[in-house]
Design a protein around this ligand. Sequence first.
Ligand code: PMP
Ligand code: GLN
Length: 410
Amino acid sequence: GAKRLEGNYGNVWVEYIALTMKHNALNLGQGFPDFAPPDYVTKALVEAVTGPNVLLNQYTRGYGHPRLVNAIAKLFSKLHDRPVDPMTNVLVTAGAYESLFCCFQGFINPGDEVIIIEPFFDCYEPMTRAAGGTPVFVPLRPSKPGSLMTSAEWKLDPAELESKFSRKTKALVINTPNNPLGKVFTREELEMIANLCKKYNVLVFADEVYEWLLYDGHKHTRIATLPGMWDRTLTISSAGKTFSVTGWKLGWTVAPDHLMKHVSAFHQNCVYTCATPIQEAAAVGFELELGRLDSPDCYFLELPAMLQPKRDLLAAQLQEVGMLPVTPDGGYFMVADFSHLGVETGDDSDEPKDCKFVKWLIREKKFATIPTSAFYSKEHKSVAENYIRFCFIKEDSTLRRAGDILKEWK
Ligand code: PMP
Ligand code: GLN
């Protein structure tokens, strides 16, 4: 195999999805809804495939289906409060994953450093390494470990963050709302990060796939909208998260022309063009939502309103059995400290404690979650050893079954 693959063969999803299937476990692991997406997008997909415009079953424009990039540009011009050109500022990709991959490949040279805030969506590390770069990690630290917290109580130390910047730093990756913690970075926190990126002339890869999923009135600040940041930011989103269709694997990047040309070149040389009917259906979805962005019927507002009680139900159930959930302000995951349960897994391997506990849960209780240490670098896995991650974009009945399993061994 190629040298750049060294250390990048396994990953948490491959391992834990296989285990979940093997034991046919109740699945609060990998993040996806177990309920239907809005019917207008699924109907639009059927119409795209079987309707009168048979060309919708054929290749479309490589950088993005015209109807979709037009809709995304219209929406993001509003969100970014500046003109976003559909032809030069939007690139459609095979999920946010491919957008991320093209960003790393488009900008990172061997020897470059990439600052990654922990906990982080796991693929940032192998993607940095595959491009020849070196990841440099900086953790969000809990202000009162061992007690009930909200995700807002996990913070960066500004001096520690600044100490990670050097002449080699090429990019910083930020994920807000964050997976797995659910932290929604405040405007002040983002300003602090943005000021350092400007001071050290660093690009920002802004993974904002959970941009609509905000609870308790929290607001999503787009780092690209802060003064001087448009020119150095690539913003990444996902139709999978936006319309609850993770299996459609459709994402996009919004960026200024001078940055986009490098990302587009990479896309053109690997995927070239994404599935046309899927893009058509997402375009129909955006066109509908664009007409009702401020109304409670807008799916972008309806979905978080539906998820907040699910978050609260899961948190209450976890607390009832003696776990300490960290209440997320955004996203659809929750981490919880399980260390007080005192479970003996009988596993004496040298894996982190959370991995042993999750494997035990899947094997013995038929209940799947994800170990939080997967979202930390090798050096810092011990920071996360007492936490596991739950996904709560599930039917209430699924969440209740999870609660019943937990109560059984209390
Ligand atoms: N970034 C984050 C933070 C995610 O949680 C996910 C979920 N898979 C992705 C990127 C990738 O999204 P997609 O499924 O659109 O590739
Ligand atoms: N974003 C989802 C999660 O964190 C899916 C991850 C994946 O499929 N790689 O669970």
